[in-house]
Design a protein around this ligand. Structure first.
Ligand code: KG4
Ligand code: ZN
Length: 336
């Protein structure tokens, strides 16, 4: 099979990313450059959309150039350009998607717009050959969903969050405990030294059927516990982080186990930033084993936002005949 070179661009939140894939009968990530903005947003305790948009606009050309250089693939040799067209913070999506449009126009290489969630949903294919359909737990800063992925562009949603996303809950909880940003890794780190049974946490939506999620009750419980134990010592923080993490993961695990039973899926896949959490990965592995299913998750760098997953999703959509025409791609307005 002739090699195909696919360029990816991602800019929907606070990571400016570009990647080059070489696709033959397997997928090879030739480069995956991710430039985070943590330092820009840290003083504000969360991602500031205007700061993110400006940072993407300032850095995307350099990040793209670096990805091409590392891969040693000149733009004219690319076969496809894939870029996130939403959903995300609109200023950032515009910066990346418009850059990709320009590159596509200048080189004549076709452009494929990619839904950011589709990128996460197919990200497992960067490192593993996973047959569809599979049950997907997609857990990121903006989304928490259980989906049956049937192929590129084809997913059936079983459940979603009725309030905060899982990653958002980690971020907000970390903030109110006085741990740093981003919250997910900060909580995972702090929890290592903590007692997960010290603080009692609610069990969201217990007894309620279906596959939806809720994290606001956990957040409230952490706030109350933090107020009662104030001022917090480092040990209090560690115990609170461990208690929250255990409860949040148990919630995700219970719903996922029920979905595995209901669908009889043979493979469970996890994706999105929260899927880089080691305790969650461990629990999902146990659940899959209990249900006689295989568990697969991308390595950590492909769980959090990256452009390699966008390139792969764009390629698969294109191969499946689900990409819009070049004219429509160039005319497409990015989605917030
Ligand atoms: O997929 P992602 O990079 O961006 C979005 O599309 O949202 O996910 C970012 C989210 C953040 O909320 C971050 O706190 C969370 O993933 N996260 C984690 C961990 N690493 C990142 N949550 C829990 N444990 C982690 N180790
Ligand atoms: Zn994401």
């Amino acid at each position: 099979q002739q090699a195909r070179y696919v360029f990816g661009v991602e800019s929907s939140c606070d990571d400016t990313a570009a990647a080059v894939l070489k696709i033959t009968d397997k997928v090879e990530v030739l480069s995956s450059v991710v430039l985070g903005q943590d330092a820009d947003h840290a003083p504000f305790g969360g991602v500031v959309p205007e700061i993110a948009a400006r940072a993407h606009a300032e850095k995307i050309d350099k990040v793209a150039y670096q990805a091409l250089l590392q891969a040693d693939v000149p733009p004219a040799d690319l076969d496809l350009i894939a870029a996130t067209a939403g959903p995300g913070l609109i200023g950032g999506v515009m910066a990346g998607f418009t850059f990709a449009k320009g590159l596509s126009m200048a080189t004549g290489v076709p452009l494929v717009p990619v839904n950011h969630l589709e990128g996460h949903a197919l990200s497992v294919g960067l490192e593993a050959d996973v047959a569809t359909p599979y049950l997907l737990l997609l857990v990121s800063g903006g989304h928490t969903q259980l989906l049956v992925v049937e192929g590129p562009g084809k997913a059936r949603r079983l459940g979603t969050t009725i309030d905060d996303a899982a990653g958002e809950a980690f971020d907000k909880t970390a903030k109110l405990m006085g741990l740093g940003t981003p919250g997910g890794p900060a909580i995972e780190r702090a929890a290592k030294e903590g007692d997960p049974d010290r603080f009692e946490m609610p069990r969201p939506l217990l007894g309620r059927g279906g596959f939806d999620f809720s994290f606001s009750g956990l957040k409230t419980a952490v706030r109350q516990a933090a107020e009662e134990a104030s001022p917090l010592s480092d040990q209090d923080r560690a115990d609170l982080a461990a208690s929250f993490q255990k409860a949040a993961i148990e919630h995700l695990a219970r719903r996922t186990r029920a979905a595995l039973e209901e669908t009889g899926a043979k493979t469970l896949v996890a994706a999105g930033g929260v899927a880089s959490n080691q305790m969650l990965r461990g629990r999902l592995e146990e659940i899959a084993e209990g249900a006689g299913a295989a568990f697969v998750a991308p390595s950590l760098r492909f769980c959090t936002d990256n452009a390699a997953m966008i390139a792969l999703a764009g390629y698969l959509l294109h191969e499946a005949g689900m990409a819009p025409s070049q004219e429509d791609a160039l005319a497409l307005a990015p989605r917030p």
